[in-house]
Design a protein around this ligand. Sequence first.
Ligand SMILES: Cc1cc2nc3c(=O)[nH]c(=O)nc-3n(C[C@H](O)[C@H](O)[C@H](O)COP(=O)(O)OP(=O)(O)OC[C@H]3O[C@@H](n4cnc5c(N)ncnc54)[C@H](O)[C@@H]3O)c2cc1C
Length: 284
Amino acid sequence: MLDCIVIGSGVAGISAALTLQANQKTCMIIGNAHLSDKITKAERIHNYPGLTDITGAEFTQKLQEQLKRAGISITEQKATGVYPMQGKLGVATQEGGYFEAKTVILAGGVETVKQIDGETQFTGRGVSYCATCDGFLYKDKNIFVLCTSKRLESEIEHLAGYAKTVYAFLLYKDVGELPQNVVFVKKMPKKIIGDKRVTGIEFVGESLQIDGVFVLKESASPTSLLQELDVRDGHIVVDRNMQTNVQGVFAAGDCTGRPYQYAKAVGEGNVAAHSVSRYLYENK
Ligand SMILES: Cc1cc2nc3c(=O)[nH]c(=O)nc-3n(C[C@H](O)[C@H](O)[C@H](O)COP(=O)(O)OP(=O)(O)OC[C@H]3O[C@@H](n4cnc5c(N)ncnc54)[C@H](O)[C@@H]3O)c2cc1C
């Protein structure tokens, strides 16, 4: 069993993994090989000590080199659930992976796209975050999909293979060729409606009858990963040691709150890793 699983491959997660390694702790990062859109998309970075006027692409390259040198690889999967058990934590992924560790550091960043009204209320009752896990439940049914990233487009295709009609609201450019039963929706959804389960979705001035909603984002909302997590205004509540309210679970970076900055995320990743080391020592 690993000492720690780091969920998220941005600067917070990388900082945590490098510090865990320096503290001789075993860990893995679950995330993306390209690291983070929030690094690659930065035009010029001026406020990070030691890196003068660097582009996001250059910063990504430097981080990838550093990880390679340290022998830290990224497990390219998307974590969908963290499960506290006696003395350990299980992490499941959308790709069917399952990993166990004594601690977890949540460093998945924040999604700038707000939740749809009713999303949390209907999670597990028609609202899903995982096309490959739940797509088969919607055979010949009508579903609504909100997708924020081109990289997740294959999941829309997957859903179209089951559903009668996929109403898709896409928040990215360069939309590829999608199956004929994908109907593009131009309006931002306002509210998910239903009773025991989802029955429809409302937009300004109109609504659609649907059986399910898929929210496909690069980052999972903290409570969709771990329901009992204390979250306020969309941010994970932590103490000065980056400890959450769940034993053995720490958090770092944008997911714990503003300011959304590299230096703050890196610092918190470092603190979280040291707190993990202390926690492991105290809970031997
Ligand atoms: C265009 C742009 C320019 C910016 N410029 C600057 C700047 O000049 N200076 C500055 O200080 N800040 C800047 N920022 C802010 C900075 O990018 C963020 O504060 C920083 O990236 C936060 O790091 P993080 O590690 O917390 O999260 P992120 O960078 O968001 O990384 C999280 C990563 O984890 C992955 N992930 C999330 N959930 C999961 C999951 N469940 N399973 C697996 N992987 C997951 C995500 O896909 C992502 O790759 C900029 C942001 C943007 C968008």
